[in-house]
Write a protein that binds this ligand. Structure first.
Ligand code: HEC
Ligand code: HEC
Ligand code: HEC
Ligand code: HEC
Length: 184
């Protein structure tokens, strides 16, 4: 192996290669927490996404695992652990679960359940206003938007959920939608 291929291989197999974007100076995206997104996504003009999210079940998804009902669901699945300590449950009911702790910012709270960054991706690199205003740049910096919403939702809303009941997608979306007002 030549010196050059050795170096290329070293770079390719270094863990940093996989978690960094192409721009070598870019830090990996960390979770900043729903409140941070809410700093800008709270006003009438922006579309009150934070308040809408707060009023949905997604913001309560962690708390739902603290109930006796949740523990009995976990028990019925054969788990000896309470729901809140059961990996399978936590995976769908929280954000950043099992992520490297260094990727969880100080303002990120697992207790916020299914939050902005569960669906839009960890936000430290795209949350600045200059990047946010430019959709293309935001996406380049890790913002996830979903053109096929339904197949995204089905990643959690499926038969693997112990309480799953098939629902009409349009009705589900209507309960959580949080659009930017058109008349800006
Ligand atoms: C510093 C203010 C600010 C923060 C913090 C912020 N945003 Fe934004 N965001 C904006 C602005 C401004 C826009 C553009 C709104 C417009 O087009 O009217 C935007 C747009 C968006 C869009 C729509 C993109 C599109 O065009 O389809 C999404 C999704 C989004 N933000 C999610 C988030 C999430 C998730 C967070 C937290 C990780 C966050 N934002 C944090 C200001 C912010
Ligand atoms: C359960 C998943 C989910 C959660 C939680 C969620 N969003 Fe979204 N959001 C979506 C989907 C799906 C869309 C529509 C497609 C797209 O633009 O990504 C959307 C759209 C948006 C838009 C663009 C709306 C438009 O009219 O273009 C903004 C802004 C936004 N979300 C911000 C947020 C913020 C801020 C939070 C947290 C307070 C949040 N979202 C929480 C899934 C979610
Ligand atoms: C990361 C997993 C996850 C994703 C992705 C997700 N959800 Fe959920 N959703 C949940 C969990 C967990 C609950 C239950 C929370 C509770 O009851 O406390 C829930 C609850 C809901 C509810 C309220 C329950 C009901 O029957 O009325 C609606 C509506 C909903 N989600 C819509 C959506 C839509 C629409 C999308 C896609 C844009 C989506 N969800 C994506 C995990 C997710
Ligand atoms: C594949 C993703 C997924 C997994 C795994 C999952 N949940 Fe959920 N959970 C959801 C979704 C989505 C909802 C809301 C709609 C529904 O009931 O399907 C929900 C709703 C709930 C609710 C509130 C609704 C109700 O009927 O009380 C409880 C409690 C709950 N889950 C407990 C658990 C427990 C306990 C586990 C682990 C044994 C678990 N979940 C595993 C996705 C999941």
């Amino acid at each position: 192996m030549t010196h050059r291929t050795a170096i290329i291989m070293l770079i390719m197999f270094s863990p940093l290669f996989f978690c960094q974007d192409k721009d070598t100076d870019k830090k990996p995206n960390t979770f900043v927490g729903a409140e941070t997104c809410g700093l800008c996504h709270k006003t009438e003009k922006a579309g009150k996404q934070y308040d809408i999210w707060k009023s949905t079940k997604h913001s309560q998804a962690y708390k739902a695992l603290l109930t006796p009902r949740a523990d009995s669901i976990a028990l019925a699945r054969g788990y000896k652990t309470p729901a809140i300590k059961t990996d399978e449950c936590m995976g769908c009911h929280t954000s950043g679960y099992k992520a490297d702790p260094t990727l969880l910012g100080a303002k990120f709270h697992v207790e916020d359940g299914v939050q902005c960054e569960t669906c839009h991706g960890a936000g430290s690199n795209y949350k600045s206003v200059s990047i946010m205003k430019n959709k293309e740049e935001a996406i380049k910096n890790g913002l996830m938007i979903h053109t096929d919403r339904e197949s995204f939702c089905v990643q959690c809303h499926n038969e693997k959920s112990p309480t799953y009941v098939k629902q009409d997608f349009a009705v589900m979306w209507d309960k959580i939608k949080h659009p930017i007002p058109k008349s800006k």
